[in-house]
Ligand binder design. Structure first.
Ligand code: ATP
Length: 321
């Protein structure tokens, strides 16, 4: 499979701030990669370089075989992009904005209009479509911005935090639209701060922090990095804790821990549901009753925390600027 995006040693500085500090990334054609990272990690900068809006200070990047610097003009017609920076004319209606994008991509008047109507319907903007964007809510603007990226059905698409600011229903709707695009062969690079979104949409994830890719792989591979699963259970009778240890130690893959105050016992395990069943059978045979029990797999939040030492969304305050 050919690679639709190839990034090598990409560097971008804003004055003293190094936003990208040598990013390497490869996205095979027809696949979805998520750039996952907290605010300020460099995601938007990476997308802006790849979509020719910013010139890098070092390294190289090609998209669809075209160099983002040398072939910038030709590249622009091969890609679609949405994000915090996308241009929407406030005084035009939603329909007119989309129609204009169609013309910029040389779709022709008729096709541009058709496509604008299709997208307005897809993004639940039919009623708003004939009103000036000036009066749109934040969520409506975001949806229009996304629709704009899809006008020309480009082979490579960049979506910068596509669901930030969308309500849950619109978020699910967008996920469906993305599934549809990918089924038709579009290559997609999206950025997100949401673990569930990366996991749901992306074939591969590149975790980015402070301008560097700190881990990459499938969601499962990343989860394996932080180690296995655990059984979490509550004890009805705390005095049976020593018995519980005796029963479950042979099944545990690590030290059994008791989280103080909340009566939760955490048993690191491997073997998934089979181990869980065996554990419950042992407890039951020994007459040790539990209040509740869960088999917990590591989330991508756990992955981020263990890779970076800080939580993925620690700088939400900044996001609210
Ligand atoms: P966010 O989710 O907040 O957009 P991000 O991962 O997309 O975060 P970038 O916007 O790429 O991160 O920012 C990377 C770094 O570069 C940050 O430290 C940011 O403050 C800085 N930065 C971004 N744009 C500029 C600019 N125009 N001038 C100076 N510094 C900038």
């Amino acid at each position: 499979m050919a690679d639709a995006i190839v990034v090598e040693g990409l560097i971008k500085r804003y004055g003293d701030v190094t936003a990208l500090d040598g990013i390497d990334l490869t996205v095979p054609a027809g696949t979805v990669t998520a750039l996952l990272g907290p605010n300020g990690a460099g995601k938007t900068t990476a997308v802006r370089v790849l979509t020719t809006l910013l010139v890098p200070d070092g390294g190289t990047a090609t998209v669809d075989g075209l160099d983002v610097v040398g072939d910038a003009r030709a590249l622009r017609s091969r890609i679609g992009a949405s994000g915090q920076y996308a241009a929407v004319d406030e005084y035009l209606t939603g329909f007119e904005n989309l129609e204009m994008v169609g013309r910029l991509y040389h779709l022709g008047t008729r096709r541009s209009r058709e496509r604008a109507r299709e997208l307005l319907a897809q993004f639940d903007l039919v009623e708003a479509g004939d009103r000036p964007v000036k009066g749109y809510s934040g969520g409506m603007r975001r949806r229009l911005d996304l629709a704009g990226a899809l006008v020309a059905q480009p082979p490579v698409l960049f979506l910068d935090e596509p669901t930030t600011g969308l309500d849950p229903r619109a978020r699910l709707g967008l996920w469906d639209v993305i599934d549809d695009l990918v089924a038709r062969g579009t290559t997609l690079l999206l950025t997100t701060q949401y673990m569930d979104e990366a996991e749901r949409l992306a074939d591969r994830i590149a975790v980015i922090d402070r301008g560097v890719v700190i881990a990459r792989g499938t969601a499962d591979a990343l989860k394996d990095l932080v180690g296995g699963e655990r059984i979490e259970l509550g004890l009805v009778d705390q005095s049976r804790l020593p018995d519980l240890r005796t029963e479950l130690e042979p099944l545990a893959a690590g030290e059994i821990q008791v989280e103080s105050g909340i009566r939760k016992v955490v048993v690191p395990v491997s073997g998934g549901a089979d181990t869980l069943a065996a554990a419950l059978a042992r407890l039951s045979a020994a007459g040790i009753r539990v209040t509740d029990v869960a088999l917990r797999k590591p989330t991508l939040d756990d992955v981020f925390l263990s890779l970076t030492g800080h939580e993925a969304q620690e700088s939400d305050v900044e996001a609210a600027r």
